[in-house]
Design a protein around this ligand. Structure first.
Ligand code: ATP
Length: 304
């Protein structure tokens, strides 16, 4: 059963000049961990604000727990948890005061739902008298998650919860989400980090307000039809330029320490031809290896 349903949702700003969300439809099943993956400006926040009833769509319909986001906004606000990208905590209140405040707003108490947040809150307890503004990024993120959970929501919306957080805290955060799933809470999480996509059960890849693909991360990467190679040499910027000029190369993109390339067809002989071709162009220490595509490879491929 679907807990969240979007039907052809569109949203523009600046009197129609900025198209933020363009005809987006998808469903999120009950208890699912669903990721909205896309770069800055892709439309993730606009979609979250529509689903949490803070923004009206221009067109289309959407529902949460079967309730319409426009007509039934009061019920939805009581039932969902929302962790916005910024400003969800009161910086001048302590850890405990923040959590108490959010519990009170929802007519509940920390005690009543402590079991749900216990795993996360125990890590914050040593700092419970510290002002939220004085917490580290990772701790703020944990407190914001506790605050979004304290009224036991049926659906949890987490907008870029790991943006600007260190790698260890990011990892811990995703482990917390996996544990939360066992409580049968439907979770929608957005992230610009493509590596986090594989931690979701299903994802929607979003660019310029449009869905490029929706499926499990495994299915999306399996649909990448070309054989992919990682290539490096001592001069990576010249390498990118030279690879893009080769007629046998279909696509070439910079990926950290390597460039990822796909050939015009999947003939394995072309990878062997590549080294002498690059040597002829004065490249040294050339390495070419076959690799599995990542979600980022798929995203770039779908953008074209
Ligand atoms: N209130 C607003 N007024 C005008 N334009 C807006 C407004 N909010 C968002 N936009 C624009 O709409 C587009 C989608 O923005 P949105 O915030 O939904 O995307 P996002 O994927 O969440 O990106 P980010 O992480 O940068 O917030 C962007 O071009 C953004 O500049």
């Amino acid at each position: 059963m679907a807990d969240v349903v979007l039907n052809s949702i569109s949203k523009t700003y600046n009197k129609g000049a900025t198209r933020a969300v363009n005809n987006v439809s998808f469903e999120v099943n009950k208890g699912e961990l669903f990721g909205l993956i896309g770069p800055d400006g892709a439309g993730k926040t606009s979609i979250f604000r529509i689903l949490t009833t803070l923004l009206l769509p221009d067109n289309g319909t959407a529902s949460v727990n079967g309730y319409d986001v426009v007509k039934d906004y009061k019920i939805i606000r009581r039932n969902v948890g929302y962790m916005p990208g910024r400003f969800s905590l009161y910086q001048d209140l302590t850890v405990e005061e923040n959590l108490n405040f959010f519990a009170t707003v929802f007519n509940t108490s920390i005690k009543e739902n402590y079991e749900l947040v216990k795993d996360i809150y125990v890590q914050l307890e040593p700092f419970k008298s510290r002002k939220a503004g004085k917490l580290s990024g990772g701790m703020k993120q944990k407190l914001a998650l506790c605050c979004a959970l304290i009224h036991r929501p049926t659906v949890l919306f987490l907008d870029e919860p790991t943006t600007g957080v260190d790698v260890v805290s990011r990892k811990e955060f995703w482990e917390m989400l996996k544990r939360l799933k066992q409580q049968v809470i439907t979770i929608l999480v957005s992230t610009p980090y493509m590596d986090e996509a594989t931690l979701c059960e299903r994802i929607a890849l979003l660019q310029n307000g449009e869905i490029l693909s929706i499926d499990s991360p495994q299915t999306i990467t399996a649909q990448f039809l070309s054989t992919l190679y990682a290539v490096r040499s001592d001069n990576m910027s010249k390498l990118l330029h030279d690879l893009r000029k080769l007629s046998l190369v279909k696509s070439c993109n910079a990926f950290g320490a390597y460039h990822h390339i796909a050939f015009q067809n999947n003939d394995p002989g072309w990878a062997q031809q590549l080294i002498p071709l690059l040597e002829a162009q004065q490249h040294t220490n050339i390495e070419v290896k076959s690799i599995e595509p990542t979600i980022e490879d798929c995203f770039i491929n779908l953008m074209k």
